[in-house]
Structure formats: structure tokens, C-alpha cells
Design a protein around this ligand. Structure first.
Ligand code: PMP
Length: 379
């Protein structure tokens, strides 16, 4: 139950456990092209340009940053935790002049603060993290897209912990780049960096005055490859992660078979049930209000007088793996539980029960199974 890599569908694992085909084999070309087409449906961005490149979510951030930033460009980073700071460092590496708007732990940056900063100077792009996996804080990308349009600023959404788990309507909301990695709600083992890019962002890239400062990430190299797969033609720049693409095709098929609306609703329900279950165990979560709480993971504080590492190993004794803290300033004060992908009633119940048992071992007095009743009522 860690927030990625998540547990994967057996059908997805089966799809990749085959002898590795050539990257130019006709059936592989079909799988890659089909996956790119399905990405546009999952991202809800029919006119977007999809990219899938072997690498992690950080590569997806790197691809967006290196292709869209030129030295001296102004960029705004809206940070709700660890991954916002990573984006700021990354953009600086490509010569961006970065303005960092950082939310207090557990909160989001208010829209008025973002708009006030946009009024002060002209930015080329702004980034936000949909769900920051270090804090479980969720931003609403929709009004950020509106501000991007109003001030003619490109918007990049780090959707590593949200795509296929939280609602995203990239095109309708006017978000220029939505990026993710395979190992979270997309439901494929780690190793794929994935992005969908708006026509506007592609034209900003085409009109660059200087070459992209990262050879592997350069869209000049990857655009012809993605176009070729979409047109079902062979091509080569760097060898694709062939087996992972086969897994991706299967996972996207399963996601679309469930239906985007149903899938997002299931994650909402699971997230809500899990948070309410935590509350009835007396645990407080990092997000300061329910509107800023993610549905793909939860981040509860350790209760007072409970030793964090003992609580986590007690949960493990019950057969459930959770993750420790990640945000440096509070790292030892909280833990994280992922609930995305194939997660449903069984996982919620088993995990809450494991936390309850471990808390009781730590000396807390709790009403047996009260958290399960709360969660099951919602589910
Ligand atoms: N952004 C977010 C929100 C993430 O959760 C992560 C990974 N946990 C990343 C970026 C980086 O992804 P990766 O570890 O695959 O490089």
C-alpha cells in the first residue's frame, strides 16, 4: 500500500511477461500506436501530442522543462511539497529564472497569491503538482488552467500521483502539459515517462531560438518516433522499453474499460472512506481540509506518544506495507498510504485493520473495528 510502485493487475503483468519483441515488429508497432491513442482518452486531450519515453517521472518533468525553457525565461513553481521543489531545481538547471510560491505544509497556494504574482511580471510557464506525494495535498488544476489562459502562461501539471486516479480534463481545463510515470495510477511497473502536450506548447517549443539543452529529452528526437508509431510505421531513436509498452497497452485498456468517470469516482470513494477510517482511529492527516486532500494517497501524522517506526513495523506484522515520511522538515512525524489503481474495499479494510491493530499494540485504547464500520458505510 505504498504510493508507488503500486500493486499491478495480474493481466498487466501477464501482458509484459512475454518474449521481448523487436521495437519495429508490426504487432509491437500496433501496441505502441494504440497506447498513444488511448493516452489521449485517459488524459482527456484529443488534440494533444502524447509522448512515452523510457525513464521515470523525473524524466517526464525533465522533458517538459528542457523543451519549454530557454535560458533567462521566467517560470513560476507552485509548490505543495517535495516535488514542487524538485521542479524548481530542474527548471533552474535549464537557465530559468524561477519564482517559487510555497504553500505551508498541508495547505495549497491560494489562487489570489498566484494571480498577484502573475500580475507582477510576465512568465513563460508555471508548474503545479496535482497531488504532492510527500504531503497528500491536492491542488485543483482547473482554475490554474484558467489563470494560464488569462495571463498567456503555459501550464505544466505534475500528474505523477494523479493521472488515472484523480479527475483531469486536460483540454477542457486548458492545461498545456500533463505528465506522469507508469508506476502509480496508470498501473504499470516503473520505467515509463509519459506526457501529453497541447498544440500551443508544441508551437512554443517549435519556435525556440536555441536548441534544447538535453539531448535525450529533446522533442526533435522523439516527435518523429511518436508520429511514426501513431501512423503504424517503424522508426528508431532510442530503444523503447518494449515489454513495459505491452503492459501499458493492457493497463490503458483496463482503465478505459472501467471508464474514466467510474474510475475517478471509485478513487474518490476509496480516498474518502480511507480518510474517514483514519479519523475514527483518532489520526490526523497532513492536508488541512478535505478539499485539499488527495484520493490517491493519505498522509497521517503519527499520534503523540507513539513511536513511528514501531507503528509502521506493527502494520507490517499484519501483512501491510506502508511508506514513511518524505518531506524533509517533517519526515519522521508521519507516514503515507497509497490507495490508487486496483485498490478497493478489501485493501481499505485490511489496511485500516492493520493500522488499528498496530496502534493498539502501541498502547492506544480504540474501539475494535470502529474504523472499519466507518469506511464500509462509505464504500
Ligand atoms: N512527481 C510526483 C508527484 C511524484 O510522486 C514522483 C514520484 N514519487 C515524481 C514526481 C518523480 O517520479 P519518479 O520517482 O518516477 O522519478
Amino acid at each position: 500500500m505504498i504510493p508507488g510502485p503500486i500493486e499491478f493487475e495480474p493481466e498487466v503483468m501477464d501482458a509484459m511477461c512475454v518474449p521481448t519483441p523487436s521495437h519495429v515488429a508490426p504487432d509491437f508497432i500496433e501496441s505502441f500506436g494504440h497506447s498513444l491513442e488511448m493516452m489521449k482518452l485517459v488524459w482527456m486531450c484529443p488534440s494533444g501530442q502524447p509522448f512515452v519515453v523510457a525513464g521515470t517521472g523525473t524524466l517526464a518533468m525533465d522533458i517538459a522543462g528542457s523543451n519549454l525553457i530557454e535560458p533567462g525565461d521566467c517560470a513560476m513553481v507552485i509548490s505543495t511539497g517535495y516535488f514542487g521543489h524538485r521542479f524548481a531545481n530542474l527548471l533552474r538547471r535549464y537557465g530559468a529564472n524561477v519564482t517559487l510560491l510555497t504553500a505551508p505544509v498541508g495547505d495549497i497556494v491560494p489562487l489570489e497569491e498566484i494571480e498577484a504574482a502573475l500580475k507582477k511580471k510576465k512568465y513563460k510557464l508555471m508548474t503545479s503538482t496535482h497531488v504532492d506525494t510527500s504531503t497528500a495535498v491536492m491542488n485543483d488544476p482547473k482554475p490554474i488552467g484558467v489563470l494560464g489562459k488569462k495571463y498567456d502562461v503555459l501550464t505544466i501539471l505534475d500528474g505523477v500521483c494523479s493521472v488515472a486516479g484523480e479527475e483531469i480534463q486536460q483540454e477542457a481545463w486548458g492545461i498545456d502539459v500533463v505528465l506522469t510515470a507508469s508506476q502509480k495510477a496508470i498501473g504499470v511497473p516503473p520505467g515509463l515517462a509519459m506526457l501529453v502536450v497541447s498544440p500551443k506548447a508544441m508551437s512554443v517549443w517549435k519556435n525556440r531560438s536555441q536548441p534544447v539543452g538535453n539531448y535525450y529529452a529533446d522533442w526533435e528526437n522523439w516527435l518523429p518516433i511518436m508520429d511514426a508509431y501513431l501512423q503504424r510505421k517503424p522508426s528508431y531513436f532510442g530503444t523503447p522499453a518494449v515489454n513495459l509498452i505491452l503492459a501499458l497497452e493492457k493497463s490503458l485498456q483496463l482503465i478505459l474499460k472501467e471508464g474514466m468517470e467510474q474510475r475517478i469516482e471509485r478513487h474518490r470513494k476509496v480516498g474518502h472512506a480511507f480518510r474517514e477510517g483514519l479519523k475514527s482511529l483518532g489520526l490526523k492527516i497532513i492536508p488541512l481540509n478535505d478539499g485539499a486532500a488527495a484520493n490517491t494517497l493519505s498522509a497521517p501524522w503519527f499520534p503523540e506518544n507513539v513511536q513511528g517506526s514501531a507503528l509502521i513495523s506493527g502494520i507490517l506484522d499484519e501483512g501491510v506495507i506502508v511508506a514513511g515520511g518524505l518531506l524533509p522538515e517533517i519526515k519522521t512525524s508521519y507516514f503515507r498510504v497509497g490507495h490508487m489503481g486496483m485498490v478497493g474495499k478489501n485493501e481499505v479494510v485490511t489496511t485500516l485493520k492493520a493500522i488499528e491493530t498496530s496502534l493498539i499494540k502501541q498502547g492506544l485504547r480504540l474501539e475494535n473495528d470502529a474504523c472499519l464500520k466507518t469506511a464500509l458505510e462509505i464504500l
